[in-house]
Design a protein. Structure first.
Length: 219
């Protein structure tokens, strides 16, 4: 029995040592990937499109390296620090594609599993709100309306996915949060559109009166 236990200990330690080395190599790479994805989103909001695309390409290469390192370790492949990094990369890729290229990247193009893609999509809704508010400040109402339509489409698509949380990995909580983001954004855009309509009507009224302000109603 003792000899069998010693042999078992040797085999187990070899396996666990390999796994530990893989984890130690991947963990800092995942942190760096999260940082790179954050940089992509910052550049998107600054409208530095070439820089954002360049950093996204580098982040994609880093993602592939991480996935290759954990390919032989399924438990590490789906560890939280790996799936978190994949989700952040998906969010950056989706945000850049929607805001700059006006398209939705495919699952294969991003190269992550469906739950990470979906959670990245859910988080991109918050980034789209930020972009939409920036468009409102610049009076780019048509672009703001386009972004709201995308946000609305994303939300209803994500809401329609009726799968257990163990599969979707927390997506439902994110979608619940997105509902509030969407409604606040709709309210902000509606208020701006109403104000713009009122300004337009006042300008038209002033034009009909030869540039004079409309007369006040008698009290």
């Amino acid at each position: 029995m003792e000899k069998a236990l010693q042999q078992l200990e040797t085999e187990i330690k070899k396996e666990l040592d390999r796994k530990d080395r893989a984890r130690e190599a991947v963990l800092p790479a995942c942190r760096e990937l999260v940082r790179m994805a954050s940089e992509v989103i910052k550049e998107v909001h600054r409208h530095k499109w070439p820089e954002a695309r360049s950093h996204l390409v580098k982040a994609g290469l880093s993602l592939r390296e991480i996935q290759e390192r954990v390919a032989k370790h399924p438990d590490l492949r789906f560890a939280g620090f790996v799936t978190m990094a994949e989700k952040e990369y998906a969010e950056a890729a989706i945000t850049l594609a929607v805001l700059n290229e006006k398209r939705l990247p495919t699952l294969d193009e991003i190269g992550v599993h469906a739950p990470e893609y979906l959670n990245g999509m859910a988080e991109s809704i918050g980034e789209m709100r930020r972009h939409l508010l920036d468009q409102l400040r610049k009076d780019r109402l048509a672009e703001a309306e386009r972004i709201l339509q995308v946000m609305d489409s994303f939300y209803h698509f994500l809401f329609s996915l009726d799968y257990p949380d163990a599969i979707l990995r927390g997506l439902r909580r994110m979608v619940d949060s997105d509902r509030g983001i969407l409604e606040r954004t709709r309210g902000d855009l509606t208020t701006t559109l109403v104000q713009e309509k009122l300004r337009r009507e006042l300008r038209q009224a002033a034009g009909r009166n030869g540039g004079k302000r409309p007369a006040r109603a008698a009290r």
